[in-house]
Design a protein around this ligand. Structure first.
Ligand SMILES: [Zn+2]
Length: 230
């Protein structure tokens, strides 16, 4: 049976070559979404102290954060930038989901999910979601859920303003830009929420989303996970 499956995959790759999301080379049957060379060359961030790292410090004094981690570092024009562009703008929900699983496999071994009760993806405004066809953060969350077995809670927070993209804005502009952008539901039946987003820059969007949840659910604490950190 395995050999039939391999043969089918070989045929698929011959007829419709799948491409690496970073360099564009044809993937071999054993490779998924990225070629092996691009996968090992990505700028992975160290998984050391989730409670006292650069990511976590962005939220100190703003929201109660247990653990925080970004999987990759990201610079304009870098391979991780190309990856994010594919994931957001080239209709690749599969790519986000695959990276969700990949992050979760590595983080599970380091007990990142210990005590976490649920996963909440940072929502897109409905109009943006309609344009894109999916919310990349939800796809990341679904991949994380597959490995961690934590439930994904989609509808506890909504983005009520379609604020323009954060790219090309200064830190203070970003903070003003994301205030009161989110609206949350009360009676969330979970205490420790893992907030998931694609990119962490100043932390303004995640802080705003967390504050909206906290206004309705004062006892909630957060952990933060993003695919990349600018
Ligand atoms: Zn590649």
């Amino acid at each position: 049976m395995a050999s039939v499956k391999t043969w089918i995959y070989d045929l698929r790759d011959f007829l419709l070559p799948r491409r690496c999301a970073v360099c564009g080379c044809a993937l071999s049957t054993s490779e998924q979404v990225l070629c092996s060379a691009c996968l090992v060359a990505l700028p992975y961030l160290p998984m050391t102290d989730f409670r006292d790292n650069q990511e976590n410090r962005l939220f100190w004094g703003k929201i109660p954060v247990e653990r925080a981690h970004s999987y990759l570092s990201y610079r304009h024009g870098s391979p991780s930038h190309r990856l994010l562009m594919q994931l957001k703008y080239n209709h690749r929900p599969d790519l986000a989901r695959w990276f969700g699983r990949q992050m979760a496999k590595d983080l599970k071994r380091r007990r990142f999910f210990e005590g976490v009760d649920c996963i909440v993806p940072v929502p897109l405004h409905w109009l943006r979601r309609l344009q894109r066809g999916y919310n990349q953060s939800l796809m990341l969350a679904k991949g994380i859920s597959e490995v961690s077995t934590l439930p994904v809670v989609e509808n506890c927070v909504r983005r009520i303003r379609n604020n323009p993209t954060q790219t090309n804005r200064s830190a203070s502009e970003r903070i003003v830009n994301v205030e009161d952008v989110f609206s949350a539901m009360p009676n969330l039946p979970y205490h420790h929420v893992l907030l998931v987003d694609d990119v962490l820059t100043t932390g303004a969007t995640l802080t705003s989303c967390a504050k909206a949840i906290q206004r309705q659910n004062p006892d909630v604490v957060f952990s933060i996970l993003t695919l990349a950190k600018a």
